[in-house]
Design a protein around this ligand. Sequence first.
Ligand code: PEP
Length: 257
Amino acid sequence: MRKPIIAANWKMNLTSSETESYLKTFLLEIGDEIDTEIVIIPPFTALFKASEHLSASASTKLGAQNMSQHRSGAFTGEISAAMLRELFVRYVVLGHSERRQLFGETDEIINQKLHAAHDATLKPIFCVGETLAERDAGQVEAVLSRQLHAGLAGMGEKEIHEIVVAYEPVWAIGTGRNATPAQAQEAHAFIRKQLAEIAGQNVADRVRIQYGGSVKTSNAAELLAQPDIDGALVGGASLDPRDFAEIVKSARAAKAG
Ligand code: PEP
């Protein structure tokens, strides 16, 4: 019912020319994949080159790592939703923990960005997740609930239906330590319950929830076999095109049963 979605968040890695050789290899490896939606999320400077290579691909779409909540104006160094749309960007990552922690993005700013993305017909990959201290203090559900309610404030069923939620426990990002499939499933089921409270069961049943945090070729299949895990947001392991293609293939196998 929910098409799996596997995304590659390259973070601040790969230049425009490196993007070209990555995509040539990746698209060959992946072949005619149609059961899984794939999103490549390079740095802004590689979006144009990536869009040239992905324009003919049915399965692989383009995403951006961030965008401004503002439409235009005196915001030096920022990139607007409209600028992304013109480069055929379809998805945008919002609320990534690195943006929250290193760049001071609050729930309120993320909510503004979610609205701005929707207005520009960009689909958000909306990241939520607790820190290790919050998990140890038994606050996982409280944190997820706060991030979801604040982030989605003022959004209707139609807008929320378009969103992909990424559950990314902060302690699992870039650490090599992934959540166990049971821990991830528990958090995903809770997120879906919250979405039902916010936007109704029908929408909650349709929203795709990705897991992110040290996903790699060796653990992707068991994570994706969980019923409420509809995809993965992959950082470090997505930098090798062959590894990322293998993760996509294992997602397909896990979801096919
Ligand atoms: C991420 O940056 O979204 C991420 C999940 O990173 P990693 O896979 O490297 O943990």
